[in-house]
Design a binder for this molecule. Structure first.
Ligand code: ARG
Length: 576
């Protein structure tokens, strides 16, 4: 049920009846409860066209618009706003429909092919916090899109190719004289560091590294076998993180940079043939007057280095062509940190010029800010090193375990472990998801693990509260009559929120903004707590039909929370 869309429709019909065609139909949420739940504010803009005062136009619309079934009151306010107060009986009816529908009354969209490029770590090193946001946010976006019925194609564009692999493979080949790959690569950070030291300091090593690059790119079998060993162990490291995070990426979603190796020459040839790429100091570049600097110098986008080597950009052009042509992507969403924004802007311009995508296909870079430590600087270990994701996640579970053990609970040892895992991992994920992704965010254990405020533990706890209420009521919730009556203002407020789920999901799918879903669930949980205080269910003397109606609302709350948290990739618990 999408209230917003429904109101837009009805107001649009009214405008047409008044002879107004193709006018925008601005409907927004009201800022305060006194103003109802929604507001139509299009009357002001029509004043000129209709040569009438906005308030008169608003009155006219109120007299025409068909909202008797939905609204209890329409009032004209201020310069010509129309406030819409939703009707209790209608809300109750919509809640009943949602409760009896496995999709909670949320309609599917007309399905699109949507590529989501996320996580995409560089395999030369261990996954670090820089890849946390893309992995978590990407996975939530994917789940929301799938829920809406889209055909989502996950693309893990792993950095598994490029010159640094020469150095790594030369080092690995030496190490394999004494140990197996798994041991040699058990700590990728250390391995990388050792290789780099040798590259910088050891006589002849750099030359060997370069030789390896040439051999690798030339398809030398022995070199490829070594590369595969490296990649395999490194992917296993990422999988350990995916596993702990409970994200949906699997091996079949990997389409790393190496997968485009064969396409790169033809990308360049095509760009040259179309006169888009030109030679400049031995390199192949595209000049972009669209992105000129203040002096009018066009931006320079390099697609091939002077020695003939290809770049990150070349691979992204190949990926664009593949996703458009082979995967038939209506939309492509790419989640990386904001520092890559210019790269993707340039890639889109060049790719579109070259016809690598169709006009109607979208290319949406979804940037996010950095994760900062409590000192406001990029998140690092105490000694200034990069924080390994695996260790960070283990710490989260450990901290959650301690906190829960301190609380009043009746959990067995095993249950406590499970709760600690769900709460700890949930907290890390939610902390990330709940912030507007475009800004930097500060990593803080205490606030993310708090049971108060907009956190995973708070929402998980709210969910268990509904569940424990059901246990105490000692009724089979599924067998309860679905007959909801809304009488109290707390019930009204809760019902309105519950009916806004679809609207929120729609926004998340459009803009890749899971934080809106977080805020929404937090609002639902808070409205539930308020309702719970004000509207008793298990008290002596409560009429059975009132009790059942309230329990039905609670059932919808619990379904909404678990569905919403599920889309965010956060697990719920029966008790904690
Ligand atoms: N591997 C890159 C990094 O770690 C991210 C790749 C994102 N996707 C892409 N198509 N370029 O920064």
């Amino acid at each position: 049920m999408n209230i917003h869309a429904l109101l837009v429709n009805r107001f649009n019909e009214a405008l047409q009846e008044m002879g107004v065609e193709n006018a925008p139909v601005p409907v927004s949420r009201s800022a305060r409860v006194e103003f109802g739940e929604y507001q139509f504010n299009g009357a002001m803009a029509l004043a000129k066209q209709l040569k009438q005062k906005p308030r008169d136009i608003a009155e006219k619309i109120v007299s025409i618009v068909k909202l008797d079934d939905i609204a209890s009151k329409l009032e004209v306010a201020g310069p010509g706003f129309i406030n819409v107060h939703l009707k209790d009986t209608w809300l109750a009816n919509q809640c009943e429909l949602a409760l009896t529908d496995p999709r909670l009354g949320i309609a599917k969209s007309s399905p699109q092919n949507i590529v989501v490029d996320y996580s995409s770590p560089n395999l030369a090193k261990e996954m670090h916090v820089g890849h946390l946001r893309t992995t978590i946010i990407g996975d939530a976006v994917v789940k929301v899109l799938e829920f809406l019925g889209h055909n989502v194609i996950r693309q893990n564009h792993m950095g598994d190719w490029g010159t640094q692999f020469g150095m790594l493979l030369a080092h690995l080949s030496d190490k394999l004289q004494e140990e197996v790959a798994e041991t040699a690569l058990s700590d990728l950070e250390d391995f990388y560091r050792e290789a780099k030291v040798r590259f910088d300091e050891e006589e002849g090593f750099a030359d060997r590294a370069r030789e390896y690059v040439v051999r690798l790119q030339g398809g030398d079998a022995q070199c490829l076998a070594l590369w595969e060993k490296f990649i395999d162990v490194s992917i296993a490291h990422s999988e350990e993180v995916y596993d702990k995070l409970n994200v949906s990426l699997t091996r079949k979603d990997i389409m790393g940079e190496s997968a485009y190796n064969e396409d790169l020459a033809s990308v360049i040839a095509d760009l040259k043939a179309q006169g888009i790429a030109v030679e400049d100091q031995g390199a192949q570049v595209v000049f972009l007057p669209e992105l000129a600097d203040k002096e009018g110098n066009p931006a320079v986008y390099i697609v091939q280095k002077s020695g003939g080597g290809y770049l990150y950009a070349t691979t992204d052009l190949a990926a664009m062509r593949y996703r458009s042509g082979k995967l038939n992507a209506d939309r492509t969403l790419i989640l990386t940190d904001a520092r890559q924004a210019l790269h993707f802007k340039q890639t889109e311009i060049v790719g579109r010029k070259a016809g690598f995508m169709k006009e109607e296909q979208t290319y949406e870079h979804c940037p996010f800010g950095m994760m900062l430590g409590s000192d406001g600087k990029p998140f690092k270990t105490r000694t200034g090193g990069t924080v390994k994701l695996v260790e960070l996640l283990d710490e989260a579970v450990e901290r959650a375990g301690k906190l829960i053990a301190e609380r009043d609970n009746e959990l067995s040892e095993d249950e406590l472990k499970e709760v600690a895992r769900k709460v700890g991992i949930g907290a890390v994920k939610y902390a990330d998801l709940s912030k507007n992704r475009t800004t930097d965010y500060m990593f803080n254990w205490d606030s993310m693990l708090s049971f108060e405020g907009n956190t995973a533990p708070y929402l998980q706890y709210a969910y268990t509260r509904v569940k424990s209420l059901f246990r105490r009521a000692n009724v089979d919730i599924a067998a309860l009559p679905v007959d909801i009556t809304i009488a109290e203002k707390q019930e009204h407020a809760l019902a309105v929120l519950l009916m806004q789920f679809e609207e929120v999901i729609g926004m998340v799918s459009r803009d890749a903004t899971p934080h809106l879903l977080c805020t929404y669930l937090y609002d639902v949980a808070s409205a539930f707590m308020t309702f719970y205080e004000a509207c008793p269910m298990l008290k002596e003397g409560i009429e059975p039909n009132v009790r059942d109606s309230r329990l039905a609302l609670c059932a919808l709350v619990s379904k909404t929370l678990s569905q919403g948290l599920g889309l965010l990739g956060i697990e719920t618990l029966e008790k904690m």
